[in-house]
Design a protein around this ligand. Structure first.
Ligand code: FAD
Length: 384
């Protein structure tokens, strides 16, 4: 049995690992010639780390995961602490730590783990066809690949999703812009082993430790879509958006390198169904593109892969196994996308009263409420 996998992101590589565990041959086709991930880092929460362990890639998380042991919210302008607590009770409850990791390192290590020479780069899927015997992928260079089924992990702008839905699926602008990058750890900005967030006026500054003495930072600013992007004004722009904010925020802005700072207009896609049509299945962002507000997009892709593997372990019938995958994932991914959307609205001041009420909650939070939300999301994954 041979699978064609489209995309060598977290989704495609984890799908290959899961199918390989079931003895299924995989051919991976990736559009770009060289991987340049969007975004500097991601937090792979414990559910995603469990999936990486299950897929045989736990060592990658051990090597790349930053020492994130505490969590804190601070008031944006005064820098006054609203809440601060240990993540240890969460790790104990769910049985695995969260791993904030460099995205480029994660993707690179996943590809190396599989065998870089076995990934076909520079193959952009253009169209898909299928019949009762199998699927055919046609690429932009005119070449074709044939397999028994296709796992389309071609990301948020998925071509395969349009094929499955029978029309072009529009992404929804979530109303804010995210700047992100990496800086060397500097404890005058934030403690080295803590996920620190400054919040005010629907804006957010986040600082999270990853491996090799680096902070992953991001700035969220509610803004209209389509504003001009200019690297040369990143520092000035951020200084403007965060004028009057606490000293550590100013130090962070001074420390960033505009050449390696990403600016992303955040989108998601309304949950849809099904995720499968005959012998073609969507996996990862292709099937459920979410805002990053609960940090679960990558984790959801890893969960998809684990479930896909389980469905093929239970059935040799391709269409049956893909239906099993669809049925097992639909509710979970819909829940994650909508949860992230809700979190996004509260964090980014869509309804200012609601956002102010959240700030008040944070001032009275001892960690229990936040940890219980995180734990519920994590334990809702396929590995508990
Ligand atoms: P992608 O990573 O987008 O990979 C898709 C791959 O397919 C790419 O390599 C692309 O080049 C390739 N491709 C695209 N089109 C074609 C084609 N036509 N033919 C062939 N190949 C194609 N998730 C978390 O879990 N935690 C976080 O903290 C987090 N933070 C985030 C912060 C930001 C700012 C953003 C934007 C996302 C964040 N995410 C986070 C989400 C996470 O990055 C995604 O959910 C995850 O990368 C999805 O993986 P994927 O493999 O499905 O898609």
């Amino acid at each position: 049995m041979k699978a064609i996998i489209i995309g060598a992101g977290i989704g495609g590589m984890s799908a290959a690992a899961a199918l390989d565990q079931q003895g299924i041959e995989c051919e991976i086709y990736e559009a770009v010639k060289e991987m340049k991930p969007v975004g500097a880092a991601i937090s792979v929460w414990s559910n995603g780390v469990k999936c990486m362990n299950h897929l045989g890639m736990g060592k990658i998380m051990d090597d790349l995961g930053g020492p994130m042991h505490h969590m804190a919210y601070l008031e944006g302008f005064s820098g006054k602490q609203m809440t601060q607590f240990s993540l240890a009770p969460l790790v104990e409850e769910v049985g695995e730590r969260p791993c904030p990791v460099s995205r480029a390192d994660l993707q690179s290590r996943m590809i190396d783990w599989w065998g870089r020479h076995k990934v076909q780069f520079g193959k952009r899927l253009e169209s898909v066809s299928q019949n009762e015997q199998g699927v055919i992928a046609t690429f932009a260079d005119g070449s074709k690949a044939q397999g028994d089924f296709m796992i389309a992990a071609d990301g948020a702008h998925s071509i395969a999703r349009d094929y499955l839905m029978g029309h072009k699926v529009e992404r929804r602008y979530a109303g804010y812009v995210n700047w992100n990058g990496l800086v060397e750890i500097d404890e005058s900005i934030a403690p080295a082993e803590q996920w620190t967030m400054f919040v005010a006026d629907g804006k957010r500054v986040s600082i999270m430790p990853i491996a090799d003495n680096r902070f992953y930072f991001f700035f969220d600013v509610p803004l209209e879509k389509g504003l001009p992007q200019d690297r040369s004004t990143v520092i000035k722009d951020l200084k403007g958006y965060f004028e009057g904010w606490a000293e550590p925020v100013q130090r962070l802005i001074d420390a960033i390198n505009p050449d390696t700072t990403n600016r992303i207009e955040i989108h998601d896609v309304d949950p849809f169904s099904p995720l499968v049509k005959g012998r073609v299945a969507l996996l990862g962002d292709a099937g459920h593109s979410t805002t990053p507000d609960i940090g679960q997009g990558g984790g959801a892709a890893l969960e998809d892969a684990v479930v896909l593997g389980r469905c093929f372990a239970a059935s040799c019938d391709i269409e049956g196994a893909l239906r099993c995958y669809n049925d097992a994932r639909l509710e979970r991914v819909k829940d994650l996308v909508l949860k992230a959307r809700k979190r996004c609205e509260v964090t980014h001041g869509v309804n200012p009263d609601e956002t102010n009420a959240w700030y008040d909650e944070l001032r009275n939070e001892n960690g229990t409420g936040i940890l219980s939300g995180l734990s519920k999301t994590i334990l809702g994954g396929p590995l508990g």
